[in-house]
Ligand binder design. Structure first.
Ligand code: HEC
Length: 144
């Protein structure tokens, strides 16, 4: 009788522990994800300046807010010709068409696209850290 009661208490305690571990983990992962997106936004807007090429500009040279990272014509040319110069930057809000997060992260870490090639200039071949590539990818995905 005593041992049965003890077993009941024990199971109850284990269940409580298990549930509180789940509850503790849930909000943390949401906060982690929000922090990842915030860091990605900072890297895109303040460090890598992706919007300079991937966002169309208005006549004052300011980025058009509702076209943020939606793709743009490149408004400048090199003084000396550079082979394979691209005159358009694609829509990257929500990731380019057909790309998943793994392809985007690899591209940002190595400069290699899903075909195993570098993008044409003036697209920089970034060599971001794994964490920074994850952050930028999470931010771009959040713009879907
Ligand atoms: C100096 C201008 C410039 C900047 C800054 C820039 N891009 Fe680009 N990006 C381009 C151009 C131009 C292309 C098209 C290249 C091509 O056609 O191969 C491109 C292509 C891409 C592609 C598609 C690549 C492919 O091979 O299909 C992705 C993804 C991309 N850029 C992401 C980014 C991200 C993310 C940032 C910031 C971290 C960024 N770009 C910053 C100009 C730029």
């Amino acid at each position: 009788m005593i041992s049965r009661m003890f077993r009941g208490d024990f199971l109850f305690a284990i269940t409580l522990l298990f549930l509180s571990a789940i509850v503790a983990a849930l909000p943390r992962s949401q906060t982690d994800h929000r922090q990842l997106i915030a860091r990605g936004k900072y890297l895109v807007e303040r460090v890598a300046m992706c919007g300079d090429c991937h966002t169309p500009m208005n006549h004052k040279g300011e980025p058009v807010a509702n076209r943020w990272l939606r793709g743009s014509v490149i408004g400048f040319k090199p003084i000396h010709p550079i082979p394979d110069w691209a005159d358009k930057a694609p829509d990257i809000a929500g990731l380019p068409k057909g790309w998943g997060p793994a392809e985007m992260e690899r591209f940002l870490e190595t400069g290699l696209n899903p075909k195993g090639h570098h993008a044409d200039p003036p697209m920089p071949a970034y060599r971001l850290s794994v964490g920074d590539a994850r952050s930028v990818t999470a931010y771009l995905l959040s713009l879907k």
